[in-house]
Every structure is written in structure tokens, then in C-alpha cells.
Design a binder for this molecule. Structure first.
Ligand SMILES: *Cc1c(COP(=O)(O)O)cnc(C)c1O
Length: 415
């Protein structure tokens, strides 16, 4: 590995350069402080691996909401399309528009609810498909589209047990009928969302497990009954979809015509028992640089509240990443970072922009060295997973990933 300092422009040594056009702007070099590396090839490979496990006729929707789960929506969409994703899922109008502005022509489904006429008008204009849960939204779409000369494609969502977005499943067939009667709307799909597809599959004696397994089965039955009734009414159902990552990995019986894959796209399994036969590669690596080294005696309190007291003469490294960058403060004192294959403990409270690492056992670590907080150092070893973090602070890997927002530069990598 090359010396990390030589990759950084740092401060210009010559204060009077005449032509600075080839120099990065002072202070904005992406590898100066902390950054996220995103592997497009990993995302492409994950889509390919998932598709190999699916029926060839089943489509894969890459869910790139929340800025591609913190990886960057546009590069993720590009990499996913290269692997065979045929459409995209976003949560908001703005996220859909971002894909259109980047030039993507694939179908885009807005998974959240749009209730303002203005939002739906933008949807129509950009040819994004809204999710419709009520007749009110369907009529808004009808009114907007009837003047426009082109029908508006929508997906009807039915709630089969998640109790969030969607029409009650028993209302589904009636709504589908009513929507089909609107001449400016095309019912492009009917979908639902699973509430607990990551539940254990093996039947055990645990009561909760039985209930969870039953919940997915019940949701599947309800969804199938909606589809059957709609078909009995002589209507075209369009695209049928039910599965998120967990449903996709759980059983082909949940796949229907399309699967909506988020977490697995980024290389993570929604539960330890799912997707073991599929090689998924984590796409994100989070790195930061050591900005100060200090030698301190035993008995010194570190960071806010002195939650850590050195037990021995220690060498401490300040690293320029903190909770404002997406590292949960709840991980204070539990985090470990990688440096040349060694795990080094973070000590004391994680602060907004920095944290302190105990590097007493890593005497070779130098000022400016890069440490890896998430992911691997070399693509070979497994590295540190978001599950390690989420288990330690009582959340889920989804929240860890999408916690990395724009404050950290994101750099695409070719491997
Ligand atoms: C976010 C989302 C998904 C993707 O979920 P993962 O568990 O990350 O695969 C699928 N469907 C809907 C409706 C969603 O909101």
C-alpha cells in the first residue's frame, strides 16, 4: 500500500503558484479527512448473483431510495442496470427526478405516497410511476393525465398485513376495477409489502417464530386472493410484486413478476439465515484519516465526559470522522477500526466530527494514515460489516448504511 499522505494534496507547499488549474481546490480533496468508497462492480455482481437465483422471467427492481442507501443513487442505479436491474424504486418524487435528470430512461416507481396535485403532475411529466393507495390519488392522476394526452401509469398498493401504505387488501379488487375504469390511467401493477420476511424459516417451538412464519404466509395468501379476484373481474393485473430483499432470498414463491431489492443490492443479507447460497459483496467502505497522534500517561480522561480513562501510558490517534458523518454516537467505546489488518479500539465519546483511537498497540501507525471503519481493507477479508455496528447499538444495518449522507465525499472504485 502506498503512503497515504502522498495521495493527499494537503496544504500547498508553494504559496505562490501561477497556474493552479491542475490542482485540487484547497480543502476539498475528497480523501482529506474521511470518505466513503463505493464499489460499482460489487453492486453489478450482486444484481447478477441475485438474478441467477431467480426465474429468468422475473425482473429485478433496484431500490435506490435514501440516496442509494447512502451509497449515492445515481452510481448505484448505473451499476445495478449494468447487472440487469430493469427498473428502479425510490421513496420520494425528488429521488425519482434525480434519476431522470441523470438520464435514466428505465421505469421508476415512487414507493412513497404523493398526495399533492403538483407532485403528481411532476411525476407525470417525468414519467415516474406513483404508488396509489386510494381513489382520491387515482382521481388526481386521472385529472392530470386526461389533459395531457398520455395515460399515466400507476401501481396500486394493497396492504396485506404491514399496516402502513396501501389500500386494505379487501378493498383491492374494487379499487383496481375503479382505476381501470379511468381512461387516462394505466394500471401498470399491483403490489404489496412484507412485514416480516426476515423471520426464521425453520419451524421451532418458539411461539414468536410461528407467528412470523405465519405472517408471511398470510400476506402471500391475501395478496394472491386480491390478484385472483382482479383477474376474475377480467382486468389485467399488470406487474405483480411482493418481495423486498428478505422475500427475494426467502422463497421464489414470493417473487411473482418482479422483486424490489434494496439491502441485498448493497451486499448485505437481511438476516443471517437468508441468502447463504448467494455470494453478496458489500459495496461500501468507510475510511478516515489520522489527523493527530498524542502520547499520554496513564490515568488521563479522553473526550467529552471522560468516559474513558487510560489504563497505561497510551498513544492516541485523533481520526476525523464523527456522528455528523454517520457514525452513531451510541457506538462510543464499542467501535473498532482496521489498520493494516489490526483492529484498533475507539475510546471515549464519539464527537460530532472526530473520534479517538487507542493505537498503543500499533506503533507503526503514522500521522495521515488511513483507517477503515466499515468494509474491508483489501477486498479479500470480510472486514467490518454494518451488522457489527447495528448489533452493538440496537438498530439495523439499513439505518447504518443510510446514515452516511452527503457530508462525506463518495468515491467510486473499480474493484
Ligand atoms: C425500501 C423498500 C424495499 C427494499 O427493502 P430491502 O429490505 O432493503 O430490500 C422494497 N419495497 C418497498 C415498498 C420499500 O419501501
Amino acid at each position: 500500500m502506498s503512503d497515504p499522505m502522498t495521495q493527499s494534496p494537503g496544504l500547498p507547499l508553494d504559496p505562490t503558484p501561477t497556474d493552479r488549474s491542475n490542482q485540487p481546490e484547497l480543502g476539498t480533496h475528497p480523501r482529506q479527512r474521511a470518505w466513503v468508497e463505493v464499489s460499482g462492480p460489487a453492486i453489478t455482481a450482486n444484481v447478477r448473483a441475485l438474478r441467477r437465483s431467480m426465474d429468468p422471467g422475473c425482473q429485478l427492481m433496484a431500490v435506490v431510495k435514501a440516496d442509494g442507501y447512502g451509497h449515492g443513487a445515481v452510481p448505484v442505479a448505473r451499476a445495478a442496470a449494468a447487472g440487469g436491474a430493469s427498473c428502479f424504486g425510490v421513496a420520494t418524487l425528488g429521488e425519482g427526478l434525480e434519476l431522470r435528470q441523470a438520464g435514466f430512461q428505465e421505469p421508476v416507481l415512487v414507493l412513497g405516497n404523493l398526495i399533492q396535485p403538483e407532485e403528481l403532475r411532476n411525476c407525470l411529466q417525468a414519467q415516474l410511476m406513483p404508488t396509489v393507495s386510494t381513489m382520491r390519488e387515482a382521481l388526481l392522476c386521472q385529472n392530470l393525465a386526461s389533459g395531457s394526452g398520455r395515460p399515466m401509469a400507476v401501481h396500486l398498493k394493497v396492504d396485506t398485513g404491514m399496516t402502513r401504505l396501501g389500500a386494505d387488501w379487501q378493498e383491492g379488487p374494487r379499487l383496481a376495477q375503479a382505476i381501470s375504469n379511468l381512461d387516462s390511467i394505466q394500471l401498470a401493477g399491483i403490489y404489496s409489502h412484507l412485514a416480516h420476511a426476515d423471520a426464521p424459516i425453520n419451524q421451532t417451538l418458539d411461539q414468536q417464530d410461528h407467528q412470523d412464519e405465519d405472517l408471511s404466509r398470510l400476506q402471500l395468501q391475501r395478496y394472491q386472493s386480491v390478484l385472483a379476484e382482479v383477474q376474475n373481474q377480467g382486468l389485467a393485473v399488470g406487474c405483480r410484486h411482493l418481495a423486498n430483499s428478505a422475500g427475494t432470498l426467502r422463497s421464489p414463491s414470493l417473487h411473482f413478476d418482479l422483486v424490489r431489492v434494496g439491502l441485498a443490492l448493497y451486499g448485505h443479507r437481511p438476516a443471517a439465515h437468508l441468502g447463504n447460497g448467494i455470494a453478496l459483496r458489500p459495496a461500501m467502505r468507510v475510511r478516515a484519516r489520522v489527523s493527530l497522534l498524542r502520547d499520554v500517561p496513564a490515568g488521563v480522561g479522553v473526550s467529552y465526559g471522560h468516559r474513558f480513562i487510560t489504563q497505561r501510558p497510551s498513544r492516541l490517534a485523533v481520526v476525523g470522522i464523527g456522528y455528523a458523518d454517520g457514525v452513531p454516537r451510541l457506538l462510543s467505546g464499542q467501535l473498532k477500526v482496521l489498520h493494516r489488518g489490526r483492529l484498533l479500539p475507539q475510546v471515549g465519546a464519539i464527537t460530532m466530527d472526530q473520534m479517538v483511537i487507542d493505537v498503543t498497540d500499533a506503533p507503526d501507525l503514522e500521522l495521515g494514515a488511513t483507517v477503515t471503519l466499515l468494509g474491508s481493507e483489501n477486498d479479500i477479508e470480510p472486514g467490518i460489516s454494518p451488522e457489527t455496528w447495528s448489533d452493538a447499538c440496537g438498530t439495523i444495518p439499513w439505518e447504518i448504511l443510510c446514515g452516511f449522507k452527503h457530508r462525506l465525499p463518495r468515491l467510486g472504485t473499480d474493484s
